[in-house]
Every structure is written in structure tokens, then in C-alpha cells.
Design a protein around this ligand. Structure first.
Ligand code: TXA
Ligand code: MG
Length: 319
């Protein structure tokens, strides 16, 4: 494995059917040529990802969107005008050119144009859209720094290093239906922002679930217990515990290790630091982790979504 910033080399690897990890504004992706099924198969193998979980295809221009989607849907250009490049994935009907391995056999494909120079240059120089999930082992913590990738995916041939990502959590994923959009995964771009461009669909929640495989309850998990605000701080022995703190709480000094998500309580800053805080706790010698809940407003909704999934295996009550 090599870490560096040689885009020409990385693009050549993609063209040769190899994998490259690269930064986006959300998290690092593990990329392969989207039109090379054998290369895409390597992603599933390296990530130990189940075949039912479809991949997002990353583009650097709108011609590639036409190549990937079945219909010319004007709503894609409207959304692209406003939100691309940026942390929004749009799920639309796929063209014949997109193989089943990318979409887990679905007739739809998720597409996004990432807002990161290295990612856009890589796609342009590779001259092909790049299929990429987050560059972590399946179910584990998503990477927002190159060393997070290197730690989990030692076999990846090349990691393009772009430093800390600027948004910090994965893109919002929406599906387009005839009557409007459905939010499949919350992210930095909210339903309210998208509603300014196209209406929210009226389809039922059960139908929505059918359209979002891969959105499982347990995900992003550190390899030690994580509890969200469920510990009785007066009773517990915290001398071997880590705290992922919201603001600057007075009880922080009772913990062995503290990661501050945002001392000034800014949700965007909390999103940037969330996965890094989890990686640091995982790599440290604390026995268990306590996370303060974050207010569920704006991107705070997505932060709590990720925290709940990270804590799911260890929950004491249903939350
Ligand atoms: O920000 C991001 O989206 C990052 C960066 C690398 O772009 N990527 C990412 O990919 O988070 P991944 O594979 O970890 O999560 C993609 C999720 C899938 O688990 C699935 O839930 C949803 O996107 N998805 C992808 N294609 C879909 C489709 N055709 N229909 C429904 N959901 C889809
Ligand atoms: Mg992921």
C-alpha cells in the first residue's frame, strides 16, 4: 500500500482495473472503474461488503450522468445546478451500461459529483465514472483521514491523501419517484433544502424501506462498547472510559480521554469531527465510550443517525 498525491498514477490504476482510495468532501471512498465489473467486484472483496448493498457512482460531469441513467430527467439538472458538486447522492433508474454488481441487481443507480478537487481530477483523468463506497471495512467506522483508510484496508494499492475531509459524514441519499423525492439517508443537505427545488414524495415509509437496501441499523461501529448518554455519570466508574463530548461539559474531567465534537456547539463542526473522534477512541486504550447526544437540528440529524447506528450493538434501551 502507498499513500501520496500522485493523481496520474491513481488514474492509471483505475484504468487498469485496480482500486484506489480517494478523498471526497464527505468521507474517503474506495474507488474502481464503474464500467469494469471485475474491478468493482474487488471493492466488495476488500471491504467484506455483502453483495446486497449497492454502490454510489461518482461523476465529474453531467455527460457521465446521461451515460449512467435510463431517462433524461430534468430534475437531475435542477438538483445538480443547486447542489453539485456536493454531498448529495441521487438515485435514478439505471442505464443498460451499469452492471448489476454496482447496483446489487436493482434497476436504479446512486450518482453524485463530489466537491473535492482530488476526486474530480481523479475521475477526469481516469476518463470513467468511479464506483465507490466509503473506504472502511463493512460495518466499521467511516474514514475522514488517510490513516483511517490505511488502518482498515491494508491491501488497497494506493491512497490519495487529501487530509481531513471538510463535511465529515456521508452524503444525503435521495431517490427520485414520479411525484418527488424520498430521503433515504440523512446528510449535510436537508429535505427542506431539496424541497425548495422538487417536492417531497408522498409514498409510504414501508415502500421507502424497500428502496433502501444497505441502510441497516448497526453500522459505523467502533470495536468497543459505545453508549449514547445512557450511562449514569454519578454511579459509573469512568476512569477507563472515553467521552465524545458536545460542548464543554463539566463531567469531562472524570473521563480518561475526551474528544470534543464542537466546544462551541456548532453542528457542522461536530459532523467534521465525529468519525475522527470514534477512530481515536477505537485506537486508544479506553474500555468503553460514552457519547453526548447532539441536538437533532440541521446536520445534527445526520450526526445522531450515525451515532445511533454506531451504538446499536451496545444499546441498553431502545432509542
Ligand atoms: O458521501 C458518500 O456518499 C460516500 C462518498 C465516498 O461518496 N459514499 C458512501 O458510500 O457513503 P456507501 O457505500 O458507504 O453508502 C452508500 C449507500 C448504500 O449503503 C445504500 O444504502 C445507498 O447508498 N445506495 C446506493 N445506491 C443505491 C440505490 N441504487 N438504491 C438505494 N440506495 C442506494
Ligand atoms: Mg459506508
Amino acid at each position: 500500500m502507498q499513500i501520496g498525491n500522485d493523481i496520474a498514477h491513481a488514474a492509471e490504476l483505475i484504468r487498469d482495473g485496480e482500486l484506489v482510495a480517494f478523498p471526497t468532501e464527505t468521507v474517503y471512498g474506495l474507488g474502481a472503474d464503474a464500467f469494469n465489473p471485475e474491478a468493482v467486484a474487488k471493492i466488495f472483496q476488500l471491504k467484506e461488503r455483502p453483495a446486497f448493498d449497492p454502490l454510489i457512482v461518482h461523476v465529474s460531469n453531467l455527460d457521465q450522468v446521461k451515460e449512467l441513467s435510463k431517462h433524461q430527467d430534468d430534475r437531475i439538472s435542477l438538483l445538480a445546478d443547486r447542489f453539485w458538486p456536493g454531498p448529495l447522492t441521487i438515485v435514478v433508474e439505471k442505464s443498460e451500461k451499469v452492471s448489476d454488481i454496482v447496483t446489487s441487481g436493482l434497476n436504479t443507480v446512486g450518482i453524485r459529483m463530489p466537491d473535492h478537487t482530488l476526486a474530480l481530477q481523479l475521475i477526469s483523468e481516469a476518463r470513467t465514472p468511479i464506483a465507490a463506497p466509503s473506504a472502511n471495512k463493512f460495518g466499521r467506522i467511516s474514514p475522514t483521514k488517510a490513516w483511517h483508510v490505511a488502518n482498515q484496508l491494508k491491501e488497497v494499492p494506493y491512497i490519495l491523501d487529501g487530509g481531513q475531509t471538510s463535511v465529515g459524514i456521508e452524503s444525503s441519499v435521495i431517490r427520485l419517484h414520479e411525484d418527488g423525492f424520498v430521503m433515504l439517508r440523512p446528510g449535510a443537505i436537508s429535505s427542506a433544502q431539496i424541497s425548495e427545488i422538487i417536492p417531497e414524495s408522498k409514498i409510504s415509509e414501508d415502500d421507502q424501506k424497500l428502496h433502501s437496501p444497505g441502510l441497516i441499523k448497526s453500522h459505523y461501529s467502533p470495536q468497543k462498547p459505545l453508549y449514547i448518554g445512557e450511562i449514569d455519570l454519578d454511579e459509573a466508574d469512568l476512569s477507563n472510559a472515553g467521552l465524545i463530548a458536545w460542548g464543554k461539559p463539566g463531567y469531562a474531567n472524570r473521563f480518561k480521554k475526551v474528544e470534543y465534537l464542537s466546544p462551541e456547539k456548532r453542528p457542522e463542526e461536530a459532523a467534521i469531527h465525529l468519525f475522527s473522534a470514534l477512530h481515536n477512541m477505537e485506537a486508544s486504550d479506553v474500555d468503553f465510550i460514552v457519547a453526548d447526544p447532539v441536538p437533532e437540528e440541521g446536520i445534527g440529524i445526520a450526526v445522531m443517525d450515525r451515532l445511533r447506528k454506531a451504538a446499536y450493538r451496545h444499546r441498553k434501551t431502545n432509542q
